[in-house]
Write a protein that binds this ligand. Structure first.
Ligand code: BEZ
Length: 253
């Protein structure tokens, strides 16, 4: 799920604050159309909730993720899963399908990821991906940057995310030789299961680590205050400003 050295993944915290991530990953599975008997790489498999679903379709699935904690959780489900940096995939013509949900935006070197996926696929293989794109979590990101800037901290180098536009990602994929069947940015306002504080502790650790521990709660509180008029609806539900980039690309046979 993550490539950042300063972001950690506690499976229990992830389940509580981001359990919706694999649930909302169904559209990318539908786009990928996994078929019985296919060999599938789940790139950034996290705790394996979505991986399990692909296994249930009769595919032979390998999950990879940079987080040892998440891989331990995936293995506890009985899945075939390996700790691996998505920017250094070692596979060679091994898969019919590479599927990735909510993971690529943590990988700074998108060209290295796309190169590795290209090599991992058999000729005719498919790459189906959903990731953050465009102005994904733009209000949240701006509020976090502003809170850090106002404390004399530089959020830019700590920012762990890459959210490409559709045109930018299409260019990257085509430059590597992929045929892009579809690619689109999709606004997907996402109701959170609890207070935005839980989301911030779960996803913004790289930013928070810039500050001394004693100041982190104060940063969260000021971000929360900034975002309340923008992202908390009339019934008190926090709705994160997610924008997804969803694409299907094929390696020509
Ligand atoms: C996302 O899944 O879009 C996302 C994950 C972490 C931070 C921001 C966005």
């Amino acid at each position: 799920m993550t490539q950042s050295r300063t972001q950690s993944w506690d499976p229990a915290r992830y389940q509580a604050n981001a359990g919706f991530v694999p649930v909302l990953g169904k559209p990318v599975v539908e786009l990928a159309t996994p078929r019985t008997g296919e060999r599938v790489l789940d790139l950034g498999c996290g705790d394996g909730v979505l991986t399990e679903e692909i296994v249930s379709l009769g595919c032979s699935v390998t999950g990879v993720d940079a987080s040892p904690e998440q891989i331990a959780a995936a293995r506890a489900r009985g899945l075939n899963a390996e700790v691996m940096d998505g920017q250094e995939l070692p596979f060679d013509a091994a898969f019919d399908l590479v599927l990735s949900n909510a993971a690529l935006h943590w990988m700074k070197d998108q060209d290295a990821v796309i190169d590795g996926v290209w090599r991992a696929l058999k000729p005719g293989g498919r790459f189906a991906c959903e990731m953050g794109g465009g102005d994904n979590v733009g209000a949240i990101r701006r509020a976090v940057h502003s809170a850090l800037n106002s404390r004399g901290l530089d959020p830019v180098t700590a920012d762990p995310w890459v959210f490409p536009s559709d045109e930018e990602q299409r260019r990257r994929l085509e430059a590597r030789g992929f045929h892009v069947e579809s690619i689109a940015l999709i606004d997907r306002p996402t109701p959170l299961p609890g207070d935005i504080e839980g989301w911030l502790w779960t996803f913004c650790e790289s930013f928070l680590m810039l500050a001394p521990e004693a100041e982190r709660q104060g940063i969260i509180d000021s971000v929360r205050l900034d975002l309340e008029p923008l992202l908390k609806d009339d019934s008190g539900v926090w709705v994160a400003d997610y924008v997804r980039l969803r694409f299907l690309a094929v390696k020509p046979a």
